[in-house]
Design a protein around this ligand. Structure first.
Ligand code: BGC
Length: 476
């Protein structure tokens, strides 16, 4: 029964004993969560396996069967400050769809000015036909141009499209497979720049010059590198999970040429799709995967990104309820609902400033009627799942920075990682645990994480600026 307000709730902040003595928790809960607690050796093993998959993705002979694809992006350098002009940017694939106008000024007083509007993409559009999706996107661009009073200017556009794409140039990207909540038909295997251009043509209302298709990790790296030249890695810990970095051309066997560097979009979310993480996946991970839009795919992403953490939590809670340890054994309709535990709720539940009474009130808002003991268990489940997520993400990042260090033949290396994503930004513990894990697993790298907000917009504009400059050089 709920704690009466006159009685001191055993876990109210004034009266909070250390966690272990708080409640005598039934053993099965401890056992259930134990599977999520990874040892240092297990994390080192994850790092090592990531390194193997990186190698497979880069190798000519191994690429086709590789899971971590290491796609070339045709971005060959980070910004040098000479980028300038007005650009449109689209950002599709994160929490929101946005259209942006980005004005970049070069010279002594470099500035980037941005205007943007957020648009909803209804579920039926995300999972409808490709034509409907791109018509919707173009409709949003049209609204934005009206709003800015710019219908008659043919602006260069950078398209941040945060899905795996096989790129053959800066402005061509074939969608390999949808991820996260998207599943529009007739897009996989198509060049998404072509689909966008066709959508613009169908509307016969305005014209745009699509110059670049950009992954959000790459936009994030570029945005950070614009401020901080040592940034050569981009990381997204948000709805999805992925990283990119500047790799030596000589190591990218899937692209001609050996000189200089190119940014590779790792698509590390697919790590584990060949079964190499099966020994650490739990029955709850498998349940989340089985019920997802893309079963069997993006297994690492499903263990460490915002779209799935809440689902893992929900599956554990259902199991504990079924076994009679939670919610008085009653599985409510809410608990059966997919997607209820969004990143923002997990972040609130895990906030240290929140008293358990407030945790209960959040659960209440979600339609879950909890006792004090329930709220303690829920908080612990959330904490365990997100702790593992941050550690796994850190193990992947440790593999990346150590690879870069070895590429450069250094014993010790300083490097900056540009990061963005709702999980990284909103969650109270994710970033700290991830940083700590990288430090422990890659002790020869001194890694600075730089929150690079709005990477998808600014970065796309910076890449578009470079693309325009390259095109002008080719023409002259
Ligand atoms: C996509 C990546 C993207 C990541 C973060 C993944 O699902 O495959 O392309 O970078 O999410 O948004």
């Amino acid at each position: 029964s709920p704690c009466p307000s006159s009685q001191i709730c055993p876990a109210s902040p004034q009266n909070r004993p250390p966690p272990s003595s708080r409640v005598r928790r039934p053993l099965p809960i401890t056992e259930t969560l134990a599977e999520f607690r990874l040892t240092n050796d297990q994390l080192l093993e994850v790092k090592k396996r990531m390194r193997t998959e990186i190698q497979n993705g880069l190798g000519k002979k191994t690429h086709d069967n590789a899971t971590v694809k290491m796609w070339p992006t045709y971005v060959r350098s980070t910004p040098d400050g000479s980028e300038k002009g007005d650009f449109l940017a689209l950002d599709l694939g994160g929490t929101n769809f946005r259209v942006l106008l980005v004005k970049i000024r070069s010279g002594k007083r470099r500035t980037v000015e941005m205007h943007n509007k957020i648009y909803a993409i209804p579920m039926e559009v995300m999972q409808g036909t490709g034509e409907e999706l791109f018509d919707h996107i173009v409709q949003c661009i049209s609204d934005f141009l009206d709003y800015m009073g710019m219908k008659n200017t043919r602006l260069p556009l950078g398209f941040t499209f945060s899905f795996p794409c096989r790129q053959t140039s800066l402005d061509a990207g074939i969608l390999v497979t949808w991820t996260k909540g998207f599943k529009a038909t007739d897009c996989e295997g198509e060049d998404v720049v072509g689909l966008l251009r066709e959508g613009i043509k169908r509307r016969e209302e305005f014209d745009l010059d699509v110059v670049a298709v950009v992954n959000d990790t790459v936009g994030t790296m570029m945005t950070c590198a614009y401020e901080e030249a040592t940034c050569e890695v981009g990381l997204i810990a948000g709805t999805g999970s992925n990283a990119c970095y500047m790799e030596e051309m000589r190591n990218i066997e899937t692209v001609e040429g050996d000189v200089g560097r190119m940014c590779v979009n790792m698509e590390w979310g697919a790590f584990g799709d060949n079964g190499c993480l099966d020994d650490i996946r739990t029955e709850y991970d498998r349940a989340v995967d089985d019920l997802s839009l893309n079963p069997g795919k993006q297994r690492y992403e499903k263990m460490c990104s915002g779209m799935y953490l809440g689902e893992i939590v929900r599956n554990i809670l259902i199991d504990l309820t079924k076994r009679g340890f939670l919610f008085r054994g009653q599985i409510s309709e809410t608990l059966k609902t997919r997607g209820i535990f969004e990143t923002k709720f997990l972040s609130q539940i895990e906030s240290d400033r929140l008293a358990l009474l407030q945790v209960r009130s959040i659960l209440q808002q979600l339609g879950l009627d909890s006792t004090c003991d329930d709220s303690i268990i829920v908080k612990e489940v959330c904490g365990t799942v997100s702790h593992r997520a941050a550690q796994l993400c850190g193990a992947g990042m440790a593999a990346v920075v150590d690879k870069i260090r070895e590429n450069r033949g250094l014993d010790q290396m300083d490097i900056t990682v540009g990061v963005d994503g709702t999980l990284y930004k909103l969650h109270p513990h994710f970033s700290g645990i991830m940083h700590q894990t990288v430090k422990e697993l890659a002790p020869k790298c001194n890694v600075t994480f730089f929150l690079s907000e709005d990477g998808s917009g600014k970065g796309a504009a910076l890449i578009t600026a470079v693309g325009c400059r390259m095109r002008e050089q080719e023409e002259s």
